[in-house]
Design a protein around this ligand. Structure first.
Ligand SMILES: [Zn+2]
Length: 313
């Protein structure tokens, strides 16, 4: 099997003797905190009242101390948890290769969980698509131990966001864009991956609540219906297509040193793509939570909020 460079990097970067340069380059953070908080807030908007109450009460039992326990902060929890749990590092992405689009290979052949093994204790070599499916099943099952069910919720709040970052659903043998240096007008030079994690998100605004509200205002009921019909695998492949067409496909010719100077058209397109991806992630996260914790019916927007349903568990 081809060596997964980002996984290797994740493992190496957790070792004290690793090269300082590697330690100085955070790997695969995915949407920065800002992006994940926006996804959490959008999802919160589309939860039924009953499911929201369940989510809030579960998160209130989080005594990890890694984040505050509101849904927006908890959407960043898995990135903090990873710092002391490097075995979860590969779960944040799927390295579907731009060259072949083989998501099954990138998911290590979809290793199954041994009977009796919780999803949080699964093998390190698994992908974000599998982990979303596994944790959604655990969250849905009332027989899941409460501590594991909380972990399932926390991982879902984060991973549904991650898979919508195009460079977390693709790789071009460049550690998900961590090997490309880019710059643009008004943005400090950095890695292509970091630009998509944070720089383009920051173009939407710096207050997660304001960004989420602005995005929610533009989400139509037709979009909600369309987006929620699909599966986590589809969502990842959709992000993969965006990586191929936009993230890599719109890169200009590099300069003589191999660096990319992004034109204004790249930045404005990226801003638009990020807005769409954060919106899709929030709407789809809400569906997963409503399906798992509600009575099985998906939320369809404000009408559901006005007439909450579902039974307390
Ligand atoms: Zn992540």
């Amino acid at each position: 099997m081809k060596l997964n460079r980002r996984l290797l990097f994740s493992l190496v970067s957790g070792v004290a003797c690793a090269a300082p340069l590697m330690l100085a380059t955070p790997n695969a953070l995915a949407w920065g905190d800002q992006g994940h908080m926006v996804v959490g807030l959008i999802a919160d908007h589309y939860l039924t009242a009953d499911v929201r109450a369940q989510v809030d009460s579960m998160l209130a039992t989080d005594n990890s101390g890694l984040t505050a326990t509101d849904i927006a902060a908890e959407a960043t929890w898995a990135d903090k948890y990873r710092n002391a749990h490097r075995e979860t590092a590969a779960w944040h992405f799927v390295d579907t290769q731009i060259s072949d689009g083989d998501i099954d290979a990138a998911c290590f052949g979809h290793p199954s969980l041994p009977a009796g093994t919780p999803a949080s204790g699964g093998v390190a070599q698994d992908c974000v698509v599998d982990k979303v499916d596994q944790f959604a099943l655990e969250l849905r099952d009332p027989n899941t131990a409460p501590a594991e069910r909380l972990l399932a919720l926390q991982f879902l709040l984060h991973f549904v966001g991650d898979m919508h970052q195009p460079l977390h659903s693709s790789d071009s043998r460049d550690r998900g864009g961590n090997d490309e240096t880019v710059s643009a007008s008004g943005i400090a030079a950095g890695k292509l991956h970091a630009y998509w994690d944070t720089a383009f998100v920051n173009k939407l605004g710096t207050d997660p609540n304001q960004v989420a509200s602005a995005l929610i205002a533009k989400i139509s009921s037709a979009q909600i219906t369309q987006w929620q019909q699909q599966t986590p695998r589809d969502w990842s492949l959709e992000a993969f297509d965006i990586a191929r067409s936009d993230v890599y496909g719109k890169l200009p010719t590099p300069d003589s040193s191999g660096k990319y100077r992004l034109p204004a058209s790249y930045v404005s397109n990226a801003r638009s793509v990020v807005a769409t991806q954060l919106s899709r992630a929030g709407v789809r996260l809400a569906k997963i939570l409503n399906d798992a914790l509600g009575n099985g019916a998906a939320a369809t927007g404000a009408t559901v909020l006005a007439s909450p349903f579902g039974s307390k568990k």
